[in-house]
Ligand binder design. Structure first.
Ligand SMILES: *[C@@H]1O[C@H](CO)[C@@H](O)[C@H](O)[C@H]1NC(C)=O
Ligand SMILES: *[C@@H]1O[C@H](CO)[C@@H](O)[C@H](O)[C@H]1NC(C)=O
Ligand SMILES: *[C@@H]1O[C@H](CO)[C@@H](O)[C@H](O)[C@H]1NC(C)=O
Ligand SMILES: *[C@@H]1O[C@H](CO)[C@@H](O)[C@H](O)[C@H]1NC(C)=O
Ligand SMILES: *[C@@H]1O[C@H](CO)[C@@H](O)[C@H](O)[C@H]1NC(C)=O
Ligand SMILES: *[C@@H]1O[C@H](CO)[C@@H](O)[C@H](O)[C@H]1NC(C)=O
Ligand SMILES: *[C@@H]1O[C@H](CO)[C@@H](O)[C@H](O)[C@H]1NC(C)=O
Length: 478
């Protein structure tokens, strides 16, 4: 079979760059410059934003200290200045913009010359067809390491702000927030004026955990007001939110409700970068602005990495494997057609006693990754770690890092309507083609590993790179 052409509307950034470089006859600087400016997400105007919705029943303002957190004050004091503040500000801003301009130029150059420029030894060089444009990605990554600075606001208290879950299926949310706030993190800005982007370090999982009351009549209300209130606090206190209407700000959440709760502030929803697991393009997720966060399942809170023993292609005796509950209509369709029906396509609703989930994934050639109640599935990363080719069965789901990784090269996409044909579609894939797909799955494993502290090209830095890329494509006229 011709392996399902991806219907997924991948983010077009590198795709377009590739077509400019490969399909077009020697692209001119002009084309690429135009390309970059045509990608300038222009910032929509503020429309009737509710200024403050601090509720009468629940006020979160008291949770925030109105004075700047202590460590931030020290850092601010540590930067001596003899120039008037206004001049300082302009200098810093134009330095930021110049740095980004140099980064853009370096990426263009890497695309044209098909090679990178770096002032240090590169311990890893992305190569191969799993990348949409390996040279562009590599250079962009190098530029990110060279200059990208992120400021995390100090306002707010744990557990709602500054931290989040670090185990179970939402673990990446807590890990990302605390890794970003770690003082040793080289991407951490020392002062907000040197930041390219601003992290809103609240945890939606913890907001739901601590504030959500299912019996309340307006159960979304307090959750949304809390987020709206947080943004009111930081936009009152600092100039950064207002100057870009939130476009250089980002939130990170793996909770299913994150997209819905982000409507709490119109600019957060419309302009900010939302790095979310529940990335559904039919539910407001904007390609090129928002970021798909991979769901990384950490059942016991331990960190996540590829299986120590990788099964070879020959050791994979099952055609396909899935185990999971009937969450949502896609899984219901899968279970209806395949549960306990076939010895090649092994589908369980509940894993029988004595059968090990990871071992099944290691024995299977393909691992079925249907969406559940929402689009994201932790099975994609689990499959990759077990060297099992993921089969994505979803609707409107742009997979993680799709601006960099070409998922059609190492995964299979099966439309929901073709669930009955799973066996035929997968059975039609030749042994030779399977070998290629499987080898590439192993090749991309490094991009999904969760390290603390983060390491080059791991999942944390891939998420950060997605955010960097969106900032590189944004020209802000502050
Ligand atoms: C870039 O953004 C500005 C507004 O910020 C807009 O006027 C302009 O048309 C945009 N350029 C393109 C090519 O879309
Ligand atoms: C907030 O205020 C409380 C009490 O005034 C103090 O104990 C706490 O350290 C403050 N938090 C920050 C982040 O400054
Ligand atoms: C690519 O660049 C690296 C470092 O600048 C250099 O060592 C290498 O020889 C270059 N490769 C090609 C094919 O030009
Ligand atoms: C940002 O805009 C809001 C709403 O217009 C305003 O209340 C706030 O004072 C502004 N913040 C700053 C720092 O000027
Ligand atoms: C804020 O209040 C206005 C007017 O009462 C309401 O229309 C809006 O939905 C509220 N916004 C939030 C985030 O609760
Ligand atoms: C994405 O959102 C659309 C619109 O709400 C919905 O029909 C679709 O089922 C969602 N996708 C998944 C996989 O849940
Ligand atoms: C499988 O391959 C056969 C023979 O090439 C072809 O006729 C059939 O349509 C394919 N089935 C699917 C589901 O791709």
């Amino acid at each position: 079979m011709s392996c399902s052409s991806p219907h997924i509307p991948f983010l077009l950034f590198f795709l377009l760059l590739i077509s400019f470089t490969l399909l077009g006859n020697s692209p001119t600087q002009h084309t690429l410059t135009n390309f970059f400016s045509s990608f300038n997400a222009s910032i929509p105007k503020l429309e009737g934003l509710s200024i403050s919705n601090i509720s009468t029943s629940f006020s979160f303002s008291s949770f925030f200290n109105t004075s700047i957190a202590k460590h931030q004050q020290q850092q601010m004091a540590a930067i001596p200045s003899t120039r008037p503040a206004a001049i300082d500000k302009e200098l810093k801003l134009s330095q930021l913009e110049k740095g980004l301009e140099r980064a853009r130029a370096a990426i263009r150059k890497a695309i044209l010359h098909r090679n990178y420029t770096s002032n240090k030894d590169e311990d890893f060089v992305p190569r191969g067809s799993v990348y949409r444009n390996a040279n562009a990605f590599h250079q962009s990554y190098i530029e990110m390491e060279k200059r990208f600075k992120v400021w995390a606001y100090g306002e707010g208290e744990p557990p709602i702000v500054h931290g989040g879950p670090e185990a179970d299926i939402y673990a990446i949310e807590g890990h990302f927030i605390s890794e970003m706030e770690d003082r040793r993190n080289p991407f951490r800005a020392r002062h907000p004026s040197e930041a390219h982007v601003f992290l809103l370090p609240f945890s939606v999982v913890n907001i739901v955990e601590y504030v959500y009351k299912p019996e309340a009549k307006d159960y979304w209300g307090p959750l949304k007001r809390l987020i709206a209130d947080y943004i009111n606090v930081i936009s009152d206190k600092y100039p950064y939110w207002n100057r870009s209407h939130g476009a250089d700000h980002f939130m990170v959440s793996c909770h299913d409700w994150a997209p819905h709760l982000s409507v709490a502030n119109a600019d957060l929803h419309r302009n900010s970068i939302r790095a979310i697991c529940n990335a559904n393009t039919s539910e407001g997720f904007k390609l090129g602005k928002d970021v798909t966060l991979p769901e990384v399942h950490l059942p016991d809170g331990g960190l996540s990495s590829p299986a120590r023993e990788q099964t070879s292609v020959d050791g994979r005796t099952l055609l396909a494997f899935f185990a999971g509950g009937a969450h949502g209509y896609i899984r219901e369709a899968l279970l209806r057609h395949w549960k306990d029906k076939d010895s090649d396509v092994v589908v369980y609703e509940y894993l029988p006693d004595g059968i090990n989930y990871g071992q099944m994934m290691s024995k299977a050639r393909f691992c079925l990754c249907p969406s559940g109640f929402e689009v994201a599935s932790p099975r994609i990363v689990e499959a990759i770690f077990n060297g099992c080719v993921p089969v994505i069965i979803s609707i409107d789901y742009p997979p993680p890092f799709a601006d960099v990784l070409d998922w059609s090269k190492f995964s299979i996409e099966i439309p929901v309507g073709r669930i009955p044909e799973i066996k035929e579609i997968l059975g039609n894939i030749s042994a030779r083609r399977y070998g290629v797909l499987q080898r590439r799955v192993v090749q991309v494993q490094r991009h999904f590993v969760l390290n603390r502290p983060a390491k080059r090209f791991d999942v944390f830095h891939m998420v950060l790179h997605s955010i960097w890329l969106r900032r590189v494509n944004l020209r802000l006229n502050y």
